[in-house]
Design a protein around this ligand. Structure first.
Ligand SMILES: NC(=O)C1=CN([C@@H]2O[C@H](COP(=O)(O)OP(=O)(O)OC[C@H]3O[C@@H](n4cnc5c(N)ncnc54)[C@H](OP(=O)(O)O)[C@@H]3O)[C@@H](O)[C@H]2O)C=CC1
Ligand SMILES: CC(=O)N[C@@H](CCC(=O)OP(=O)(O)O)C(=O)O
Length: 378
């Protein structure tokens, strides 16, 4: 049978949560996947009709216990569990062809970062599920040796995902910031003193994790910052990506200084990231058109990364429901700052969409199978 006709059975752990539900929604529209098992924690025994009424095709599935014995035996397992809950479980899934962890347990390559920002037992890092991540030329990271060049010669992470059996899904804020700024890092347009400000929707906090914030009376008409002052756990992951984009290993990520401030706003989904840094000496000597060309080259062949026409700014409403990232840049010569803006859907591009894109690559399926670039605005 041709690879593209093959069907794989899928189990989704944490299917009652927001990330798991979005994985379910995409899987149900994917030609190669058949979701036969969903698991949860407090919802064990409930019908999926209760948790995902927007996906009628799985209404008949009952939520099972999240355990290695329930998950084993499926071709693919997606772990959409709170961070810290998947490391041990994943280590017991020996017979599963591909395991994707949507949480943080296998993202960080440097155990010291894990200790500082998460704590608890450290589990080894897996192939990082961001196909478009630039793996810079001189990276001393082992993975970089296996990255493949796109048609304009830029080495990217998708090469490391081919045939991968264990994949770590990136954080959603990390995705927005990395895609916005990695071309500038790779080309040396900026070097450090990076500031990322994000407005983010409430679903990023998860159905359970953020319950206290989910009251409409508290959320509507409000905007509130959180995890400020260098505490947000996505900081080491973004710096790790920047290090790779610059051709360095994760241990050199400390070279980048990053200010990171997320602000919750009343959107159910979506992230709008504004990232800026001082222009390097090299960038000061380049024209705005030359700087734009750097971005156009990096993303020219990327179906899901859309460089918007000059002066058109990204909007969250254009990417909701899609696996796309919309990106724009702006150069402020008077302030000597380079800005990049990105909009993504945190649950789709920021989590489940990107994970399934990576899974498609791992299995040798068309990279875009089951995924869309088309949003659902308004
Ligand atoms: N929301 C987002 O935008 C993003 C989320 N992620 C990551 O995805 C993962 C899931 O997040 P999200 O869906 O938002 O969270 P939710 O709170 O919405 O869902 C959590 C899921 O995990 C289950 N669960 C809760 N506690 C445990 C436990 N101790 N053991 C096993 N299962 C448990 C819940 O089951 P039950 O409902 O039955 O109690 C539920 O299915 C997290 O690691 C998160 O960081 C990554 C990127 C973006
Ligand atoms: C609104 C909100 O709280 N969003 C979460 C992001 C969710 C995500 O990407 O988280 P993981 O790294 O845990 O997978 C946050 O900023 O922490």
């Amino acid at each position: 049978m041709h690879k593209c006709d093959q069907k794989y059975t899928v189990a989704i752990a944490g299917a009652t949560g927001y990330a798991g539900q979005e994985a379910l929604r995409i899987m149900e529209q994917h030609p190669n996947f058949d979701v036969t098992c969903v698991t949860g924690h407090s919802s064990v025994g409930c019908s999926m009709q209760e948790y995902a009424p927007h996906i009628p095709s799985i209404a008949g599935l009952r939520v099972e216990e999240t355990s290695a014995s329930v998950l084993s035996g499926h071709d693919i397992v997606i772990l959409a569990l709170p961070h810290g809950a998947s490391g041990k479980l994943a280590s017991q899934l020996h017979d599963v062809r591909v395991v994707i962890d949507l949480g943080a347990d296998h993202r960080l390559e440097n155990p010291l970062d894990w200790d500082e920002f998460y704590g608890g037992e450290y589990y080894e890092s897996w192939a990082y599920g961001m196909p478009e991540l630039i793996m810079g030329e001189n990276s001393n990271d082992v993975d970089a040796q296996y990255s493949i060049r796109d048609c304009v010669g830029i080495p990217k992470q998708r090469g490391n995902l081919k045939g991968a059996s264990r994949i770590a899904g990136p954080g959603c804020n990390v995705t927005a910031v990395t895609l916005a700024f990695q071309p500038a890092i790779t080309a040396g347009l900026v070097t450090s003193d990076i500031i990322a400000n994000l407005v983010v929707g409430y679903s990023g906090a998860g159905r359970k994790l953020g319950q206290a914030n989910l009251l409409a009376a508290q959320a509507l008409g409000n905007a509130v910052a959180y995890s400020v002052g260098g505490k947000h756990r996505h900081i080491p992951e973004i710096k790790q990506n920047f290090a790779h984009a610059a051709g360095l290993g994760a241990v050199d990520a400390h070279q980048f200084s990053l200010g990171f401030t997320p602000v919750l706003v009343p959107m159910s989904r979506g992230i709008m990231a504004t990232v800026c840094a001082p222009l390097s000496k090299q960038a000061q000597d380049m024209s705005d058109d030359d700087i734009r060309q750097v971005y156009d080259d990096v993303y020219a062949t990327e179906k899901f990364i859309h460089m918007l026409p000059e002066s058109v700014l990204p909007q969250v409403s254009s990417v909701i429901g899609s696996n796309s990232a919309h990106i724009q840049i702006s150069i402020d010569r008077k302030a000597n700052l380079m800005y990049a803006f990105s909009a993504i859907d945190n649950l789709n591009r920021g989590t489940a969409g990107q994970a399934i894109q990576s899974l498609n690559i791992a299995l040798g399926l068309p990279e875009d199978a089951g995924l869309t670039t088309i949003g659902v605005a308004p």
